[in-house]
Design a protein around this ligand. Structure first.
Ligand code: MTE
Ligand code: HPA
Ligand code: MOS
Length: 758
């Protein structure tokens, strides 16, 4: 099955914000941002910029008619810095001009005087200075205090994982067009149309019904547009409403990298206790989350870190503490995995270190601690329909772990400089927004009188294929060819109060709403059919293959005729439906509950080759057994798995973000920030679909796929350490991702210190 947009994409016909045909008088905007990471604004000099020909308006915090506040979870984020700046790159003013060049030129003429304050860049430093955004969050089970006595081996350590840039192909942007009666229409590149609507309404002091937000598609979001599309839409809307002219604001790549948040870097302390046979008895961990200058989604992301503390393993005694630390970096935000990957990296580090101490392979510890059916997570939900072990075992059966290890050992014996490494990475990821109320969606389905269908939901297409999945749902229930179905843009007037397209749940939530709406339409059409056929038993009427069937026999009435007759009979051909995930709840005070609708499982086996002279490496293969449930669109799911894997590998290996001690982003372009390219991609990727898996909680028995495979990338880190270990068996390596070639080289030879950051 072709993906919904493939043909348009390859022809370059698909439209993104910057491609939209704009009204003639549209103005172009540029954002002036703080050059300093922390300080008090003494004065801003705007007159030089204002006097530039073509500049139509410059707006600062004092021009905001509503609230200068865009915080979602915590009210701690100004749209435009008023008195104080909290990070370098923080918006201070927006300039609107007749063309883009003039807007940028004017921006460069603005001067700002700032009284500098001390800058905090690290999470631990922030914690030590009392900079916590929310009180510590704790998840625990069993009895951690007494559990240590039952352990034969106890290992402690630290693990660090770095930030990650989203590098969506389409940078952040919005087009705002004033509407009659003081309203505004905003085209936004956002995963969360309702969040943009709410933010614009708040900033402009308008009721939400006066703000219409429309999203055709995104050139990628990856979490970076779950919350952080709001600012650019609100800024464009502010300028547009002040000037009563359309305003377009598109960030350049460098501006986007400078001004927006990234995946949260974490620094963590772990302590793990095991019996001599490798059973994990106790695990204590403290996560220092580098939230950046304001909360953004950090508390929710920290929650997911805590939910995934034990990944795919059963551990009876756990204490996990999450610390949301305020630093002077751009507010960090959602990124594929939403805090889960950070937790899993720490536990794998702990397992690796314990194995080292016990003189066994990590795989031995991994295997015996895998989740079994009915095992309880620290927050008391149980693993039901658990596929942790079946994925592990099926992968082993197919590729033979012991055989791979043997082959690698032989290679490493023969080669002194080139070493091969191996790791296995199991993943268990909970599906549902951890904020229970967000697990709802609605759909509006119109059948037009010519038999064509238009569907509106809150789901945002960002390359992940949700439109194709929704089309499949409608095509199946309505029994019509999928080319009769159009998926409309996500628009707040057609789908209200929507959750962001996030948490890998868009196809489940919106798909189920579409299913309900289509079933409703089919019921009506069956009734109409029985009237047309003049039969009483409307339950013997079926609509299949674009035809009406009666008692299993195809009648002469086709879809077009049926719809036309229904229309003439004044039957409603539109249906709206709402879906909310049943059975989930979570008690935030106790940190217990059934937070997830279900879990996604899988295992990856990874082989790498490391050049121990140069620190360079190649990823030979990644082989995966993944539980897709009953895949709705296998081609889309396979592509999601492969792309998430590569994104996860990038995070763990070569994507390195560096800030100076003064909070300046040093890796602010694609020349200094390296993302995986075709050369770097594993030579071999094999994604296997676990057989005979069904998931009644997912749409048509499928499972969510957007985020879980990212975490297989963590295995590449440990495959690299594995190879390093065979080169330097005497050395203990620290756990610090990304494991760049540079870092490998430095740690292989020595006690050479890393170069100091200026
Ligand atoms: N795939 C593409 N091509 N582009 C994206 O931006 N975002 C990921 C994932 N896959 C993304 C993607 C993230 S972070 C999430 S949460 C899911 O898609 C969201 O979409 P879904 O709920 O439809 O899976
Ligand atoms: N995942 C992604 N986005 C979210 C979540 C989540 O669990 N909760 C709130 N926003
Ligand atoms: Mo995805 S990080 O939930 O947008």
């Amino acid at each position: 099955m072709n993906n919904y947009d493939s043909l348009q994409h390859v022809r370059g016909e698909s439209q993104f914000i910057d491609d939209l045909i704009v009204p003639e008088n549209t103005l172009f905007a540029s954002v002036f941002y703080s050059p300093s990471a922390h300080g008090i604004i003494k004065s801003i000099y705007l007159s030089q910029a204002r006097n530039l020909e073509g500049v139509k308006g410059i707006f600062t915090s004092s021009d905001i008619p509503g609230q200068n506040q865009i915080g979602g979870i915590v009210q701690d984020e100004e749209l435009l810095a008023a008195d104080k700046v909290m990070f370098a790159g923080q918006p201070v003013a927006i300039i609107a001009a007749s063309d883009q060049r003039t807007a940028v030129k004017a921006r460069n003429k603005i001067q700002i005087e700032i009284d500098e304050l001390p800058v905090i860049t690290g999470a631990r430093e922030a914690y030590n200075k009392g900079e916590l955004i929310i009180p510590p969050r704790i998840f625990s089970c069993g009895n951690i205090e007494t559990a240590w006595d039952k352990c034969d081996v106890i290992v402690e350590g630290e693990a660090e994982s770095g930030a990650q840039e989203h590098i969506y192909l389409e940078t952040q942007g919005a087009l705002a067009i004033p509407a009659e009666g003081g309203g505004i229409k905003v085209y936004s590149s956002t995963q969360a149309p309702t969040a943009v609507q709410r933010t614009v309404a708040r900033v402009l002091n308008l009721p939400m019904h006066k703000v219409e937000v429309d999203v055709l598609r995104l050139g990628g979001g990856f979490g970076g547009k779950e919350d952080q599309a709001n600012s650019w839409a609100a800024l464009a809307a502010l300028a547009a409403s002040r000037l009563n002219e359309p305003v377009k604001l598109i960030l350049s790549r460098q501006e986007d990298m400078l001004m927006t948040g990234k995946r949260h870097p974490y620094s963590s302390d772990f302590k793990i206790g095991l019996t001599n046979d490798g059973k994990i008895i106790a695990y204590e961990v403290t996560f220092y989350q580098n939230a950046g200058a304001s909360a953004d989604l950090s508390p929710a992301i920290l929650d997911r870190t805590l939910f995934h503390t034990t990944n795919s393993y059963y551990i009876p005694n756990v204490k996990a503490t999450g610390l949301c630390c305020r630093t002077n970096l751009p507010p960090n935000t959602a990124f594929r995995g939403f805090g889960g990957p950070q937790a899993m990296f720490v536990l794998e580090s702990a397992i690796y270190k314990a194995a080292e101490k016990m003189g066994i392979e990590p795989i031995e510890i991994q295997k015996i601690n895998l989740l079994s059916e009915g095992d309880e997570f620290p927050y008391s939900q149980r693993a039901i329909n658990c596929h942790a072990r079946s994925c592990w075992e099926n992968l082993d059966k197919k590729y033979n772990y012991a055989g791979i290890q043997k082959r690698i050992a032989a290679y490493n014996l023969e080669n002194t400089i080139s070493k091969k490494g191996f790791a296995i990475m199991p993943v268990c990821f909970g599906i549902s927004f951890t904020n229970t109320f967000m697990n709802q969606a609605s759909a509006l389905v119109h059948i037009y009188s010519d038999g064509s269908v238009g569907i509106s939901t809150g789901a945002v297409e960002m390359g992940q294929g949700v439109n194709e999945k929704i089309r499949q749902v409608a095509s199946t229930i309505l029994s019509i060819n999928s080319d009769r179905i159009k998926i409309e843009s996500s628009n707040t007037t057609r789908a209200a109060n929507t959750s962001p397209t996030a948490a890998s749940s868009a196809a489940d939530l919106n798909g189920k709403a579409v299913e309900l709406a289509c079933r409703d339409l089919i019921e009506r059409l069956k009734k109409t059919s029985s009237e047309i056929l003049n039969v009483k038993e409307h339950n013997l009427v079926e609509i299949k293959e674009e035809h009406v069937f009666y008692k299993n026999i195809k009648t002469g009435i086709g879809w077009d005729e049926l719809i036309n007759k229904a229309f003439l009979k004044r039957v409603s051909l539109s249906s709206q439906a709402h879906y909310s995930t049943p059975g989930i709840y979570f008690d935030k005070d106790k940190s217990k509950g059934k937070a997830f609708s279900y879990y996604s499982y899988g295992t990856a086996v990874i082989e790498i080759t490391l050049d121990c002279m140069l620190g360079k490496y190649e990823i030979d293969s990644v082989k995966i057994m993944h539980d897709f449930g009953k895949s709705l669109v296998p081609a889309v799911d396979r592509r999601q798995a492969e792309s998430a894997l590569i994104q996860g590998i990038g995070w763990m290996t070569i994507e390195e973000i560096l800030f100076s001690k003064k909070g300046q982003l040093m890796t602010n372009a694609l020349s200094t920030y390296k993302v995986p390219d075709i050369q770097f991609t594993p030579k071999e990727i094999e994604v296997n679909f676990l057989e005979n898996s069904y998931n009644p909680m997912g749409i048509f028995n499928s499972k969510a796929i957007g985020e879980p495979p990212l975490m297989y990338g963590i295995g590449v880190y440990f495959a690299l350490t594995n190879a390093m270990k065979s080169f330097r068996p005497d050395k203990q390596f620290s756990f610090s991702a990304p494991l760049t070639p540079e870092k490998i080289l430095l740690s292989l030879y020595s006690n050479i210190k890393e170069p100091a950051i200026p």
